[in-house]
Write a protein of this length. Structure first.
Length: 203
């Protein structure tokens, strides 16, 4: 069990720049510090979506963990598996448009990898969660307008459910938090493996 410091709370560090992940953790009662890992995701060449998501999450957590000796460091990353192909962030309007034209009216599987490192004990737990996502049958005009907002360019799978893209997701099968980028039930289980009670992190 790691120390809780002068405030009586365990220090939690989120190794991600995702506003959605931060907002999700805050809504769940946690107050994590945010440290961007700086990991170059393009250097990881795994073809299995679940393995890729976990490896990216692990790299993020490991990049940040050495700066702390008294914290729980959480790394996460999401990738979309569609028609047997793994998709990360599209990066460009052209790629985002191409993906939406393929995805509309269909379904994909979003895999979100999680890695938690207890820097006091050096213990590490890594897992992946997956959720099936059903996409609306968007028109070309809707795709053009959505891509034009810039929102889908830097998110896994070129969509969100907690932003403008929420209207274009007709349903999900699984934990909705996974689609936002961090599964709270899975994270609770992982922390339990490290001897940390979820409720002890509430602020």
């Amino acid at each position: 069990m790691i120390s809780t410091g002068s405030t009586g709370r365990t220090r939690v560090v989120l190794a991600s720049q995702s506003p959605a992940r931060l907002a999700t953790l805050r809504s769940a009662g946690l107050s994590p510090e945010v440290v961007v890992s700086g990991v170059d995701e393009s250097t990881v060449a795994l073809t299995d979506a679940a393995e890729l998501s976990v490896e990216l999450a692990r790299l993020k957590a490991r990049a940040v963990a050495p700066a702390y000796d008294d914290a729980l460091v959480i790394g996460c990353d999401s990738v979309l598996e569609f028609d047997g192909v793994v998709h990360g962030k599209p990066g460009t309007p052209e790629r985002a448009t191409e993906r939406w034209r393929a995805m509309r009216g269909s379904s994909g599987v979003l895999h979100t990898g999680h890695c938690v490192i207890d820097t006091r004990t050096k213990e590490e737990v890594a897992r992946s969660a997956k959720t099936v996502v059903h996409f609306a049958a968007l028109t070309d005009d809707e795709i053009e307008a959505y891509v034009g907002t810039g929102e889908p360019l830097n998110v896994a799978g070129a969509f969100t459910i907690d932003g403008l893209g929420g209207a274009y997701v007709t349903g999900i099968e699984g934990d909705p938090h996974t689609v936002v980028g961090i599964s709270l039930p899975l994270l609770r289980d992982m922390l339990s493996e490290l001897g940390v009670g979820w409720h002890t992190l509430w602020t």
